[in-house]
Design a protein around this ligand. Structure first.
Ligand code: 6R9
Length: 650
């Protein structure tokens, strides 16, 4: 592991939040400073104070137990229940009849569930789980489309203390079987089909395949998403969701669970080897989810809040389900693709439901730019007041487009840095309390000790790249890799003793703002200079003909690594050798001769995970002309890899 990533991104624009936003914001600049100072001085007192706003059956004996690092515990001895906090707590007051989930299916069907209705469904389903023999501590796989039932299933597990493991509906039977076996899942909850771009995704069929190789699974509950789908129900094993719900009681008091009781496992792809089952527990995770959702999204009772993530991603767990529901917010939920039936589907939804907060990913923003401004411009987006970004560094040009075309220049953007492992947002603007800069996630939230360090763990000077680490434990941190404590220690805690290693590179500017430069595995090493792939990609993306770019190194005898760029072009732009040269010149002009691409390749699409992250390690193999190894179970579309390889040979 070497250091000193050279930063070549020169971005100096800054944006103050509008006066009206500041005036109504829950957290002012002064309040932010006060919270940050308090957390530095007395972290335990700070977290304990905020945990008081949750419901506890029994209060904790100790806020924090650091006696066995890195296996930290929070709110030790306290008992609580996440489902109780997300539902029951809201029923006594004015939120009982408030919309909890406003849902739209891809075909256009809609449903709204109030807190009362959601509570009823969750209680019944929780009793259904019990009827199938699911007990506290058992693992349950959820492999569902983006329907309210996915959230109902999660909350029902949480209610009885079963540990859920949600798997993206886009993953293969193989991926489901691997995860069932790793978790020792007892039950699978799925659906006959899900809708994606007008096509049925046959979830139950995949489960049937997976269950041939999942000996621990005893039962499978099947939600009926479509009429007349001919799924095979395996006698004695499979049960319809509606049959299970038909004769169970709606009386299901929430289990009193220890603060450290496991809440869920979520698998995240390792760059090599098998996916890691990130384990989160109850009290600390809930606090992180609820508090960050309230602060970062400045959530108000009237908001219609829309996070476009899939529930199979950590963003869906924390910012569709647990955070917003703990805050009694109204959550917009959409099942399908952003370009079905037309490329303005998101903007139509915002217009129709008067969405006020939109939280999406740079990959989606770049697709919207590619599809053209006419789509958002043809819809009324004036209800929006706040925009969020998550998943990757956002290129400054994409940030500017988001700000101007979607936000109409009036909505602050919260660029939120965090990970499956961190449980909740770690670095982000508080939107009414600070100015933003396109491409910077700004500063750590109060209580979060994220810093940029060198190889020895010393802080690096301003504007120099280094490693992003977190120096102090925080409540929503992962507790371990399920079943593999040693891998947990080796992956996150062995680079710096006592300090959490994020595996991301970053730099801090003169204002102390953090610029995340992407995974350190992706860093290029060109003639001894370490460059961030993200910065070269940003230079490419600000060329008017480029829609998206992925940059990887490939072995080069002289320079160590040569720069290979995979580029997708905006709609209607023809690929040509002339354009390749133009792009090489453009990058050289933008960031210097050091970053001059050796190779530019045009492609229709880039290999991505289901959450939209470019899988650069797969492109590295292609650029180097070698057979790929390593995990591809999180790849969204296998055909893209095949196409890229064909082009390479052709
Ligand atoms: C929430 C989520 C985590 C990795 C993380 C980093 C990248 C996420 C980012 C960002 C720059 C942001 N990442 N948000 N990079 N700016 N705002 O994405 O979790 O799927 O586990 O990915 O994503 O590289 O380390 P996860």
């Amino acid at each position: 592991m070497s250091v000193n990533i050279t930063s070549v991104l020169n971005e100096t624009r800054r944006f103050e939040p509008p006066a009206g936003f500041v005036a109504a914001a829950a957290i002012s600049a002064a309040e932010r400073d006060r919270l940050a100072a308090w957390a530095e001085k007395d972290p335990e007192g700070f977290w304990a104070h905020h945990a008081e706003s949750l419901h506890w059956f029994k209060k904790w004996d100790a806020v924090f137990d650091g006696s066995n690092p890195p296996f930290f515990k929070w709110f030790v001895g306290g008992t609580t229940n996440v489902s109780y906090n997300c539902l029951d707590r809201h029923l006594a007051g004015p939120h009982r009849n408030k919309a909890a989930i406003i849902w739209e299916g891809e075909p256009g069907d809609t449903r709204t569930l109030t807190y009362q209705q959601l509570h009823y469904q969750v209680c019944k389903f929780a009793n259904g789980l019990k009827q199938l023999g699911v007990a506290k501590g058992d693992r349950v796989t959820i492999y569902m489309p983006m329907t309210p039932e996915a959230v109902i299933a999660m909350l029902a597990c949480a209610r009885i203390g079963a540990v859920h493991s949600v798997i993206f509906g886009g993953f293969s039977a193989e991926a489901v079987a691997d995860r069932n076996n790793d978790a020792g899942a007892k039950l699978v909850i799925t659906s006959d089909i899900g809708w994606r771009r007008g096509n049925a995704v046959h979830l139950k069929q995949n489960v049937d395949e997976a269950l041939k190789k999942s000996p621990t699974v005893k039962n499978c509950v099947v939600f009926q998403r479509a009429r007349n789908t001919s799924v095979h129900m395996h006698p004695g094993r499979d049960v319809w969701w509606h049959d299970l719900m038909s004769d169970v009681s709606a009386d299901c008091p929430a289990e009193e669970l220890d603060s450290e009781h496991p809440l869920f496992i979520l698998y995240t792809s390792g760059s090599t080897g098998k996916p890691k089952g990130v384990l989160h527990t109850t009290g600390g995770y809930l606090l992180g989810a609820a508090l960050t959702h309230k602060w970062v999204f400045d959530i108000k009772d009237e908001d219609v809040y829309w996070c476009t993530a899939d529930v199979g991603w950590i963003t869906g767990h924390t910012y569709i389900a647990y955070g917003p529901l703990a805050n009694a917010a109204t959550v917009m939920m959409y099942e399908g693709a952003p370009n079905h039936p037309r490329e303005d589907r998101f903007w139509e939804i915002i217009e129709k439901y008067r969405v006020t907060i939109l939280y999406t990913a740079p990959t989606a923003i770049r697709a919207f730019i590619k599809w053209g401004d006419q789509h958002p411009k043809g819809r009324d987006l004036s209800s929006l007041r706040l925009l969020g970004s998550v998943g990757e560094p956002i290129n400054p040009e994409a940030w500017m487009w988001y700000h101007e075309v979607i936000g109409g220049g009036r909505c602050p953007i919260v660029d939120t840095w965090w990970q499956t492992e961190t449980g909740s947002i770690m670095i982000s603007p508080l939107p009414g309390a600070m100015f933003t800069k396109p491409g910077s996630a700004t500063k750590p939230l109060p209580g979060i000790a994220a810093v940029v360090v060198d190889k020895e763990g010393n802080p690096v000077p301003a504007n120099q790249g280094g490693f992003l680490v977190v120096k102090r434990p925080w409540p929503s941190m992962m507790r371990t890799i399920y079943g593999d404590d040693e891998r947990f220690k080796a992956t996150y805690w062995s680079n710096y003793p006592g300090i959490y290693f994020t595996a991301d590179g970053a730099r801090q500017d003169d204002d102390g703002y953090i610029w995340v430069m992407g995974r350190v595995d992706d860093v290029l090493n060109v003639s001894g200079h370490r460059l961030s792939t993200m910065e070269v990609e940003s230079a490419l993306v600000n060329h008017p003909k480029v829609a998206e770019a992925a940059v990887v190194g490939r072995p080069d005898e002289i320079k160590g690594e040569g720069i290979c760029c995979f580029v997708t072009l905006k709609q209607g732009v023809p690929a040509s050798d002339g354009l390749k040269d133009e792009l090489k010149k453009h990058v050289t002009k933008e960031i210097g001769a050091l970053a001059r691409p050796d190779d530019v390749r045009f492609t229709d699409a880039l290999p991505k995970t289901r959450s939209g992250k470019i899988m650069r390690r797969l492109l590295r193999d292609i650029a180097a002309g070698r057979e790929g190894k390593g995990d591809t179970t999180t790849l969204e579309d296998y055909s893209i890899l095949a196409k890229l390889r064909e082009q390479d040979e052709g």
